[in-house]
Design a protein around this ligand. Structure first.
Ligand code: SF4
Ligand code: SF4
Length: 445
């Protein structure tokens, strides 16, 4: 048996050594298995520890194996309430991490307007607001006052954030002038990223990553995006703009929205992306099964079909050198996203401050014009929700769902659960293969 990844330090310190059980032992529910040529990888989703049981070694009747599995919490006392233990650990980690935290993550909506009109847009119907230069000045002042001199991460969001390019430049100028260290990323449709903007973004906005959604090959994309003043070939223009971003040293993450009707077309798009950008370390594409808050915009009827299509597309992108690397991070997450993270704020175009990136004028915690915040609402954003299958699911210690999150309205579906587990298995295998090829050496137990 080999140790492949040690437990997360903070969790190991909280849990200490396992106490002997008076009721006997059983396999933990928090275990994900992944088969490899060398044996079975076991990953503990609470402790973050991963071990390899080499072929034929996983025999619980062997006293040595049994002892090791108890010590590493893969075997746990029969009567252990693992769900409450995971919650206790999470609460302690949250408390420890929340101490003296400054705001260092700002999602800034420069506008709620957009130059595309995607049929699946969940922000359709929201009030169209544009950030003014005055509000941009106040936003910069607010960041300077609240970041505690720490390095700041900015996420430019919208609508289409590039419709507010001037306010991005203004905010970045003020931060640089004040000596604030910052980096940024953007979620954009990419249409307005001409060469000049890409280089300005790299230099002045310290832009490191751009997430761009691609709905299909030329004809499908042009129909789905339905740009205002899109010209004859928006698809060709966005492909060219991805090239400009890469040339400027910015990482491009292309998100491919997968629905029940576009699998074949996305497979052709994968070929095209692989041919154009495959092998570029700063480019990757990844499929996301399309889900919307309110309407059925082409979601799969049978989850098995969704998983089959998702896997085929993901594998194809990887084989073309254009897939997203599956990285297993040695960490225990105590937050879901910016909404329950004390170090993050979302700033609306009118200067109102919220917690969730999805624009909702009813969930405002304050504004950039004054430091006051609605602590009751901030507390509500931390409330979690569990779904029917969570209690028995091995992902539970790693999986956080918030009561107020619009995605929680769906509950968890079979396809979400299985995709999460399969992605985790991919990460485990990747991590193991890296240790084998010299990026780390597994230790004998
Ligand atoms: S939609 Fe949900 S996951 Fe996304 S930022 Fe809002 S609360 Fe977080
Ligand atoms: S939300 Fe889904 S994936 Fe997460 S713990 Fe619950 S059942 Fe598992």
């Amino acid at each position: 048996m080999k140790s492949i990844m040690p437990p997360t330090g903070i969790v190991a310190r909280i849990l200490g050594s396992p106490k002997p059980s008076r009721t006997g032992y059983r396999m933990t529910r928090n275990c994900i298995r992944a088969e490899t040529d060398d044996g079975t990888l076991l990953y503990n989703t609470l402790t973050g520890e991963m071990i390899l049981a080499e072929n034929g070694e996983l025999s619980l009747s062997s006293p040595l194996t049994r002892e090791q599995l108890i010590e590493k919490r893969f075997l746990v006392p029969e009567d252990l309430d693992e769900n409450s233990l995971a919650e206790t650990v999470r609460q302690i980690v949250s408390t420890l991490r929340a101490r003296d935290a400054h705001i260092t993550g700002y999602t800034i909506l420069t506008t709620t307007d957009c130059n595309a009109r995607c049929f699946y847009c969940y922000e359709a119907g929201v009030r169209k607001l544009q950030m003014s230069p005055e509000t941009a000045e106040k936003t910069a002042e607010h960041i300077i006052a609240s970041c505690g001199n720490e390095k700041v991460n900015i996420n430019w969001f919208g609508g289409e954030p590039l419709l507010g390019k001037e306010v991005i430049t203004l905010i970045c100028y003020r931060l640089s002038e004040a000596g604030v260290r910052f980096k940024s990323r953007i979620t954009s449709n990419g249409f307005l990223f001409d060469r000049e903007t890409a280089f300005e973004a790299a230099e002045k906005w310290h832009l490191e990553k751009a997430q761009i959604t691609l709905d299909g090959t030329r004809e499908v994309y042009n129909r789905a995006k339905n740009y205002v003043n899109g010209g004859p070939d928006p698809f060709g223009r966005v492909m060219g703009n991805i090239g400009h971003l890469l040339e400027a040293g910015i990482t491009v993450q292309a998100r491919l929205n997968l629905n029940r009707d576009n699998f074949g077309d996305l497979m052709s798009l994968a070929d095209l992306l692989g041919g154009k950008f495959g092998g570029n370390a700063n480019f990757f594409a990844y499929p996301v099964p399309l889900r919307t808050f309110e309407n059925d915009a082409g979601e799969f009827e049978d989850w098995r079909d969704e998983i089959k299509a998702y896997r085929a597309l993901k594998d194809k992108l990887s084989s073309l050198g254009a897939g997203r690397p599956d990285v297993l991070r040695p960490d225990f997450s105590s937050v879901r996203c910016m909404a329950d993270n004390a170090t993050c704020e979302v700033i609306h175009p009118d200067g109102k401050v919220a917690k969730c990136e999805h624009f909702d004028e009813t969930l405002v915690i304050g504004d950039v014009f004054s430091p006051g915040r609605d602590n009751t609402l901030i507390g509500k954003w931390k409330e979690r929700v569990f779904f029917e299958n969570c209690g028995q699911c091995p992902m539970r210690p790693m999986c956080i769902n918030l009561k107020l999150c619009p995605w929680s309205r769906f509950g968890c579906t079979e396809s979400i659960r299985i995709l999460r587990i399969r992605n985790m298995q991919d990460k485990m295998r990747n991590y193991y293969l890296n240790t084998k090829t010299g990026l780390g050496t597994p230790q004998e137990l």
